[in-house]
Design a protein. Structure first.
Length: 392
């Protein structure tokens, strides 16, 4: 299906952007996407911002002085639903560059998983599957910094928001027909409804590999120096890995050098400036003086074996139930979620786990509980849903 080329407005002045934002606010929703550069900086650099209401399609060029602030403020307005596709990086851009906390996002890629389309469709694939419109997405590797932008680049960028209203309406109708509107809203609220912000710097250490080999005091040091690295990267607008590499950070936590000169001797830390080493030494000292972080307790051998066996069976149960419901399994639980739930069932600690409450519990969580406790067994069968539940 081919559509006529749309009129794409170029919003140059703050007044132009503000008038567009006011119209979007009055309508209660806006489609939003960005083109950004994120290779040499801590936060993404906005190169182009694309917006659409039901009857207007526009782009704002921050590189040429376009003011994005009125659009950023829409993200923090609970009265405005912001329609986006896979928005994590875009939201981080607005959080870090414009200091807003998005509160009401409709992620069409996420919602597609509730109507049998999976949760990983690229935007052009989603447009084609839902609206039967084929986009000419041939600017994927464009240089969005170089000016002037070509008409083809602007058209490509505008296409990323042009159809978001129609996709949202179509997906919403399908949700309603399947009785899953509340499910999707619950998941959207869980991910985006509490003022999504930038990651907490004091939790950055949790992403570091090999931290499991550290003691409680070393973990406390790692927490402090990982937060220090985030602050250094933000202050200098550099990727965190350009401040110190992950293995160097873990090695510093292991050795806990107290003096700047000793820090410089750790492999990978020699390039830090004297002032940066002083700040890092203070972070190390704070970690040494802090309450040690209790490492995760090792499971008893019999528990570990039971959890491994039950998690494998629970994974089969999850997949079959989701296939029968035409629901993306990753919306219900990842493998890690499932393993933590099974572990919680074995150790009697599932408080607050998503699989223990709401629609997830009804769909599969309660059955997983019965499976772990030995109240049911599962067996293959020759007809759909290809799984038989045998109750003891």
């Amino acid at each position: 299906m081919a559509l006529p080329e749309p009129t794409i407005e170029r919003l140059h002045t703050t007044a132009d952007v503000q008038r567009f934002a006011d119209q979007a606010r009055a309508s209660g929703r806006v489609a939003l996407d960005t083109e950004f550069l994120w290779e040499r900086t801590y936060a993404p650099i906005p190169c182009l911002v694309q917006v659409a209401t039901v009857d207007r399609l526009a782009v704002i060029d921050p590189i040429e002085g376009g003011d994005v602030t009125p659009i950023a403020q829409l993200l923090a307005d609970p009265a405005v639903e912001v329609l986006m596709h896979a928005p994590s990086a875009d939201l981080l851009l607005f959080t870090r560059r414009y200091e807003v906390r998005p509160v009401r996002i409709f992620d069409v890629q996420l919602v597609a998983g509730f109507v049998g389309l999976g949760t990983s469709l690229a935007y052009d694939q989603l447009v084609e599957r839902v609206l039967r419109i084929r986009l000419a997405h041939n600017e994927t590797f464009s240089n969005w910094v170089k000016r002037p932008l070509s008409p083809t680049q602007v058209m490509y960028a505008a296409d990323d928001v042009r159809h978001l209203h129609a996709i949202t309406d179509a997906l919403s109708r399908q949700l309603e027909a399947r009785g899953r509107t509340a499910w999707a809203r619950d998941e959207l609220d869980r991910r985006y409804g509490k003022g999504v912000g930038a990651p907490d710097p004091r939790e950055a250490y949790l992403k570091l590999a090999r931290r499991g080999r550290l003691t409680g005091r070393q973990l406390a040091v790692l927490r402090e120096i990982a937060a220090w690295r985030e602050a250094e990267a933000e202050t200098n607008d550099l990727p965190v890995g350009w401040v110190l590499k992950d293995p160097t950070l873990v090695e510093i936590a292991r050795k806990m050098p107290r003096e700047p000169a000793a820090i410089a001797q750790v492999r990978g830390a020699g390039g830090l400036s004297p002032a940066a080493r002083e700040r890092l030494a203070r972070a190390i000292a704070a970690g040494i003086e802090a309450e040690p972080i209790e490492p995760p307790r090792a499971l008893r051998r019999e528990h570990a074996r039971r959890i491994a066996a039950a998690a494998d069976l629970a994974s089969v149960l999850l997949r079959v139930r989701c296939d029968a419901a035409e629901l993306a399994p990753e919306l219900v639980a990842t493998r890690g979620d499932l393993e933590r739930y099974v572990e919680g069932l074995v150790t009697h600690d599932v408080d607050g786990h998503p699989l223990a409450q709401g629609w997830r519990a009804e769909l599969v969580g309660n059955e997983v509980h019965d499976l772990v406790e030995g109240r049911i067994a599962i067996a293959a069968r020759a007809t759909a849903p290809y799984l038989a539940i045998i109750r003891s």
